[in-house]
Design a protein. Structure first.
Length: 158
């Protein structure tokens, strides 16, 4: 019977402390390297899945853009038929005006939200920090007063 490295085991069951420490160190090193390899394999698998998901998501986005375009063509033709317009341009003009109106509303909302969020000053956190600082300074003053009182020999009143 041989050990893992191909050398035969000693005749006695007793090992020196150096041998034991060496084996533990070797096995710990092997364990760490195997854990690193496992982590690499897991990360590679997750990156692969994320890549596939991103590709399929991009394809879905392209299909949805084409679907929306076709829907707007349908809507323009539907309006032409609904109002019995003999030419195609009134329906397309109506759809274009509707899309422009929706775009303007979205732009105004975005501008308003960006304007509100443009000041990246964490006001609540700053206010809390000011309160904490004031409390700590008050405690420091109380400790200083207590220390002076004790130096003068006054009894502590609590």
């Amino acid at each position: 019977m041989t050990k893992g490295d191909g050398t035969p085991p000693k005749d006695t069951a007793e090992k020196s402390l150096g041998d034991i420490v060496g084996e533990v160190s070797e096995k710990a090193s092997l364990l760490v390297s195997q854990e690193i390899e496992l982590a690499k394999a897991e990360v590679a698998d997750k990156v692969s899945k994320l890549g596939k998901g991103a590709a399929v998501g991009a394809a879905a986005g392209v299909f949805l853009i084409f679907a929306i375009t076709m829907f707007f063509h349908f809507l323009a033709l539907f309006l032409n038929d609904l109002f019995d317009w003999n030419t195609g341009w009134p329906g397309y003009l109506t759809v274009a005006l509707l899309l422009t109106l929706l775009g303007v509303i979205a732009a105004l909302l975005a501008y308003r939200w960006f304007k509100r969020g443009s000041q990246l000053k964490p006001e609540m956190a700053i206010e809390e920090a000011k309160r904490t600082r004031a409390e700590l300074e008050a405690q420091t003053i109380e400790r200083d007063q207590l220390g002076r009182s004790l130096e003068r020999g006054e009894a502590v009143k609590r």
